[in-house]
Design a protein around this ligand. Structure first.
Ligand code: 6PG
Length: 466
């Protein structure tokens, strides 16, 4: 295949291979490169009959197979591997070529790469890819950012392969520079939060309402045909029904309660702190994974600390309301962060596009996103979704359930920091009074930091000690 491939993929691991097979299935001639010959062979074996796929472990051959301007996507582990590939590619790239990083790269690294390659006339794009292995093969959600002209060159390919909601493809331009990777990072932050909220609700249903795994499977299955409908609720229902190899033990009961993470949730929290945007429910989810790793300490304290085990009067419906309200709040926080970051870093992210793309193919796809999408389309100036009347109505309806669940869980020693953070976030934002006047007085007392007053303009200092 000499110079006739319309798209090239570097990195033929699970995601790279599946995405490339998906592109080939949509009628594009493609080339795949990996230094691992086994992966190269696998790509050839897995190609659908009649599709045009050239697979190689030879970089010059891979390059020669591509049409100009070259469109090359990298699906290699985020971090130094991306720079190593870029270094190897450098001698073969020409002005106007497009290189797309589809990994979960840290957006600040993407920004550096965009600048570095732009100096050589090469368009570097960061693109969030969500949906896991199955999504990559059958229809992912794609969040590209970077040079808009370059985007239009690859747009037909990505529109063809992305998941579809009705006739809408789950791919859209996310904005300048590293906007695509920023949006994907926050997607993952929301993913962490929703997973933790579901896990805490599971704890309440299991330990408070004494639901069995069969009942849990039933609850999540039913909830998935209501306003809670979403991919994460759907897979949760499946999980409770899955048996281990012995075909008797419920697999959920033998999975160790220690969570791993690749860091994207933590990045979201760190960046939000840097930008002073509160996202406490995402923070709580990141923290919960960290706490989970202290397993020996938890085991030991569990034998010495007394927990109250009172009666639970909350209902399954309260749990449903609690989860729904808290999930809304998690999205509100994440979208607020994107909005603010977009302004601060001039990324020009169209929020409606992010929400539109997330409606299908990605891990946080849910019915709720259609509600958010409608808000952003009708009121594009929305800064934080709590401002929007439809969101206020939903929260007013469900917040009492969240209060009840958090209160009983807390009284009975069931940790629910993500659920609690959501109700507290709602309360803090929906009060005209915060006790921060006292903080200001304290700051002024010990540090002469001054304060503002409610009765007159200006900056004031008090001599606090006589
Ligand atoms: C997706 C996922 C995917 C993945 C991350 C987060 O959108 O398909 O977000 O990118 O699950 O790697 O994983 P951790 O939980 O390991 O941080």
């Amino acid at each position: 295949m000499q110079n006739n491939c319309q798209f090239g993929m570097i990195g033929l691991g699970v995601m790279g291979q599946n995405l490339l097979l998906n592109i080939a299935d949509h009628g594009f001639a493609v080339a795949g490169f990996d230094t691992n010959t086994q992966k190269v062979a696998e790509l050839q074996q897995n190609a659908t009959v009649g599709t045009q796929i050239f697979a190689t472990d030879n970089l010059p051959q891979f390059i020669n197979a591509l049409q100009s301007p070259k469109k090359i996507m990298l699906l290699v582990p985020a971090g130094p591997a991306v720079d190593a590939v870029l270094q190897n590619l450098a001698p073969y790239l020409n002005q106007g070529d497009i290189v797309i990083d589809g990994g979960n790269s840290f957006y600040k690294h993407t920004n550096e790469r965009v600048q570095r390659l732009a100096a050589q006339g090469i368009h570097f794009m960061g693109m969030g890819v969500s949906g896991g292995e199955e999504g990559a093969r059958r229809g992912p959600a794609l969040m590209p950012g970077g040079d808009e002209v370059a985007w239009h060159h690859v747009q037909p390919i990505f529109e063809a392969i992305a998941a579809k909601v009705g006739t809408d493809a789950c791919v859209a331009y996310m904005g300048k520079d590293a906007a695509g990777h920023f949006v994907k990072m926050v997607h993952n932050g929301i993913e962490y939060a929703v997973m933790q909220l579901i896990a805490e609700t599971y704890a309440v249903l299991k330990h408070g309402l004494h639901y069995t795994n069969t009942q849990l499977q039933d609850v999540f299955t039913r909830w998935n045909s209501t306003e809670l409908e979403s991919y994460l609720i759907e897979i949760t229902a499946d999980i409770f029904g899955k048996k281990a190899e012995d075909e008797t033990t419920d697999i959920i009961d033998i999975i160790l309660d220690v969570a791993g993470s690749k860091g994207t949730g933590k990045w979201t929290s760190v960046e939000a702190l840097q930008l002073s945007i509160p996202i406490p429910t995402i923070d709580a989810a990141v923290t919960a994974r960290a706490v989970s790793t202290f397993k020996p300490l938890r085991n030991s304290l569990a034998t010495t600390v007394q927990k109250c085990t009172g009666e639970f009067t909350i209902t399954e419906n309260d749990c449903k309301s609690a989860l729904y309200a808290a999930i809304i709040v998690a999205y509100v926080q994440g979208l607020h962060l994107i909005q603010q970051a977009s302004v601060d870093m001039n990324m020009q992210v169209p929020l409606a596009n992010a929400v539109k793309v997330w409606r299908g193919g990605c891990i946080i796809r849910s019915q709720l996103l259609t509600t958010f999408y409608d808000v952003f389309v009708q009121h594009p100036q929305t800064v934080q979704l709590l401002e929007a009347a439809p969101i206020q109505q939903l929260l007013n309806t469900h917040i009492q359930g969240l209060r009840a669940v958090v209160s009983q869980a807390t009284q009975n020693g069931i940790a629910c920091s993500a659920l609690a953070s959501a109700v507290t976030y709602f309360d803090m934002f929906s009060t005209a009074y915060l006790p921060i006047n006292l903080i200001q007085a304290q700051r002024d007392y010990f540090g002469a930091h001054t304060y503002q007053r409610t009765d007159k303009d200006g900056s004031f200092h008090t001599q606090w000690q006589a």
